[in-house]
Write a protein that binds this ligand. Structure first.
Ligand code: DLL
Length: 432
């Protein structure tokens, strides 16, 4: 596959017609197969027959991460479990995971979308692609893996964790492209630089995503490694990586609109925003069978334009992400909600609920320190008591969020109290 002009260069009318046809089918399907949607639509007096056109999407109810949590684990699936061939999951707001399920066809379409993203980055079957996103419940590893195979490229399923082995294989196998988070790639570049191995690699492209990054960081990666770096976007609820990706012109991320209908809304009023205005990105899936979603509020802030790109694609383009409308942090590619930390601390019952999370980036790797107020007695007790408690808290938080943390216990009332919303996070990284 080079790239699919039939799917990516339709006229805007053709895209609209295809989306309309697919939206009508999706609404029929969720109304009849997902009780959650049937009830929600009935509550606002909407029937499937009221949806005839892609613009009618605005009549439909929104879906949030909380809805997925409330129907945990499989309540929003639109097919019987016997038709689900894979499960993935990502962090929920209070510790419960958000579970997503795919049919065989969903997996095929996902692989096709990721292959289209790779093709957009100029890759083809002659490439050797190292996948260094985490494999497992996170969608990054397996999503990129099946996409690279669908493209016909040679996949090296590296996952994360062993950078030395990764750089050795990168050299020895003549790897030409890598898929990983941008911060991890900068770390990889530093390791290569330290080993004086930068001129021994054949890398030409990187497909980076899963966390916010800046244009400056993209340029830094490109200059350090002498490659072209691409921005790939996705979220597990909607599919995983491959919902959108930028092209060689780097003028926005092309949304695969034949499968996903994007909208931009004002996160406060929920009203639609105009082309080019920044607001919250909302997606309706158009072909998904396992977990079709109506108007899923991603909480990601961006804008959309519909003009034809220099590359010839007519697909809608999203600007680089400008942050989120909720408090979710992405640390080393892992989604973390402050509420997960709070819930873990409260459950432990040995500390006060006053804590602060300090996120930083050291040598291009994210660090997380959590300062927690504890009873004064711990400071007068033996040092070993304090050390024990520190370790226990670190363990409990690590279990809750899936990331190693540094815990620092502090004296009562030492964390600044706020007059309004408590400040729980100090993010020292400059990501947007
Ligand atoms: O991060 C899927 C993914 C894997 C995308 C690999 C790209 C590459 P989740 O864990 O559900 O899924 O996290 C989704 O990550 O709502 C954004 O806030 C953020 N995100 C993903 N890609 C980008 C990007 C995967 N390119 C959440 N730029 C999303 C900025 C991104 N943020």
């Amino acid at each position: 596959m080079i790239w699919n002009e039939a799917k990516e260069c339709m006229s805007r009318d053709e895209i609209h017609n295809l989306q309309s046809k697919r939206l009508v089918k999706t609404v029929e399907r969720v109304y009849h197969n997902v009780e959650f949607y049937r009830k929600k639509m009935q509550a606002i007096g909407i029937e499937p027959g009221d949806i005839r056109d892609a613009d009618d999407v605005r009549k439909l109810p929104f879906t949030t991460k909380n809805d997925l949590r409330d129907t945990y684990p499989f309540g929003m699936f639109a097919v019987p479990q016997s038709q689900i061939v894979r499960i993935h999951a990502s962090s929920g707001t209070t510790g419960k995971a958000t579970v997503v399920g795919y049919t065989r066809r969903d997996i095929d379409i996902w692989a096709e979308c990721v292959a289209r993203a790779f093709a957009q980055a100029g890759l083809n079957r002659d490439d050797i692609i190292q996948v260094a996103y985490g494999y497992g419940l996170f969608t990054g590893g397996l999503g990129a893996h099946y996409g690279a195979e669908n493209l016909g490229a040679t996949v090296v399923p590296m996952s994360t964790g062993n950078t030395k082995k990764l750089t050795t294989m990168m050299k020895d196998f003549g790897v030409t492209a890598i898929a990983c988070t941008p911060s991890y790639l900068l770390h990889i570049a530093e390791v290569l630089e330290a080993d004086k191995a930068l001129d021994q690699i054949k890398l030409k492209a990187a497909i980076c995503g899963a966390e916010p990054w800046t244009e400056q960081m993209r340029k830094q990666i490109e200059e350090k490694l002498h490659i072209n770096a691409f921005d790939i976007y996705g979220l597990s609820e909607v599919m995983g990586p491959g919902v959108a990706c930028d092209c060689i012109y780097h003028k926005g991320l092309h949304v695969y609109e034949d499968h996903f209908l994007p909208e931009i809304i004002n996160p406060d009023t929920l009203e639609p925003m105009s082309e080019g205005e920044t607001g919250e990105l909302v997606f309706t899936t158009l072909t998904k069978e396992g977990l079709p979603l109506l108007r899923y509020r991603t909480r990601d802030l961006t804008s959309i334009t519909y003009g034809k790109c220099e590359c010839g694609r007519t697909l809608a383009r999203m600007s680089r992400f400008k942050g989120r409308s909720d408090d979710m942090l992405i640390i080393r590619g892992v989604n973390v909600f402050p509420s997960q930390v709070e819930a873990a601390l409260l459950e432990m019952g040995e500390t006060s609920p006053h804590y602060i999370m300090i996120v930083d980036r050291v040598n291009n790797l994210d660090t997380l320190e959590i300062q927690v107020e504890v009873d004064e007695k711990f400071f007068s007790d033996k040092i070993s008591e304090l050390e024990n408690l520190t370790k226990r808290i670190a363990h409990v938080i690590q279990q809750a969020i899936g990331l190693s943390v540094k815990v620092k216990l502090v004296e009562p009332k030492s964390i600044e109290r706020s007059m309004g919303k408590a400040v729980r996070v100090i993010d020292k990284r400059k990501l947007v």
